[in-house]
Structure formats: C-alpha cells, structure tokens
Design a protein around this ligand. Structure first.
Ligand SMILES: [Zn+2]
Length: 215
C-alpha cells in the first residue's frame, strides 16, 4: 500500500495520498490546501486518483478539494452530517481574515460502517463525531492503519470548542471506535506526527481516566 503524507497550508494539515501499487488505483484523504503540490505528489506515485475522501468539513481539510476534484474528474465523499459545516467554509475563512475559493460539491455521502474500495484496498468508515459534525475516520482492512482525521492525535485529541463540537461525544467516539483496535494499529491523523493505538492508550493524557477514558 502506498501512503504519502503531505502537510499543507497555514494550518499545517496532513493530506494523504493513498493507493495500491498493483492496480495503480488511488485516493486522496483531506486535500486541505496547496492543490498544485498535492497534484505533483500524486504524479510521483503514478496513482490514478478515483475519489477524494473527506474526514470533516473544517476549512483546513477541504481547501484543495474543488480544484483536485476537477483535475481528476473524481467524486468527493463525505458524511452527510458534515454538509452544513461545509457550507460555512467561506464564513470560517472570513472570520480568520482569509478568502476561500470554491466550496466543493460532495457527490456521495458515506455512512458509518460503509466500506470504500480503492482498488483492492478496503477502507472501513468509522463514525467518530465530537470534534466536528459527521466526522469520519477510516480503518484500512488488514492494514493495521487508521486515518483518524482530527478525532485522535499523537498525545492529544481534537478540539471541541468549534461549532458542533462536544468533548463528551468525542471521548465516546474514541473509546468505542479507536480503543478496541489492536495496539500496533498505526494512527495517521489530520495534524502532527504518526502514532499508534498502543502508544495513545498508554500515554495520551486524555485517555488516562478511570475507565480508560476522560469520561
Ligand atoms: Zn478539524
């Protein structure tokens, strides 16, 4: 499996180029900014991008989607509960003194437990709200690898003070959907370095409560 991480834009968001060497089928997860740089990275992999997968609709995760969806003429996939947030991206930008280009159009909604196929790769959608409405994470079948978006980070968890955020809901998402995964599962998140489920279980300060969680 090909997994290439690019950290893009002023928010240092992690975009992932993923795919299968054998079939050349690929996908993008959260192309948040710097469309040209992402496209150059894709060229380097020789993958054919067949879909753009969105974990959640915060401005730093969606900024390059419209341009790259045009470039690859491919569908954009997101949870339907993230749609209202997506429509506020121009306002999210304005509040930060930034300008947002085009709000991307979502072609298909992804539901909890749905399996996305990228060539022979199978990505299981995990509904993990709390940081943002309709937040999804993606577990690669037989890959010991989860893309955690902004739900779980190395040594931290997603902020919950933005619209639609809830610490209680986020901690439930983490306990129910991440903590049952094997310790060796790699966690690739929306910001910061890679970690593992085992390392976070042991040392993430948010996961050290009496129940194995902060709540
Ligand atoms: Zn976010």
């Amino acid at each position: 499996m090909i997994v290439q991480m690019l950290t893009v834009g002023p928010f240092q968001e992690n975009c992932y180029v993923i795919g299968d060497e054998g079939t050349g089928q690929g996908a993008l997860i959260d192309p948040g900014d710097e469309a040209a740089r992402i496209a150059i990275a894709v060229e380097g992999t020789n993958l054919e991008i067949s879909q753009i997968i969105v974990t959640h609709a915060h401005i730093d995760h969606v900024g390059a989607i419209a341009q790259l969806a045009d470039e690859y003429a491919c569908p954009v996939l997101m949870h339907e509960e993230a749609e209202a947030m997506l429509q506020t991206v121009p306002q999210q930008a304005m509040m930060m003194g930034m300008r947002f280009g085009r709000v991307p159009k979502v072609d298909r909604n992804v539901a909890d437990f749905e399996v996305l196929e990228v060539g022979p790769l199978r990505l299981h959608a995990l509904y993990t709200p709390g940081h943002a409405p309709g937040h999804l994470s993606f577990l690669v079948e037989d890959g010991n690898l989860v893309f955690s978006g902004d739900a779980l980070f190395a040594g931290s968890v997603g902020r919950t003070d933005l619209m639609g955020g809830s610490m209680e809901v986020l901690m439930r998402s983490i306990e129910e959907r991440f903590l049952p995964l094997p310790d060796e599962t790699r966690v690739l998140s929306g910001h910061g370095p890679e970690t593992t489920i085992g390392r976070e279980r042991m040392s993430n300060p948010f996961l050290q409560g009496p129940m194995g969680g902060a709540f």
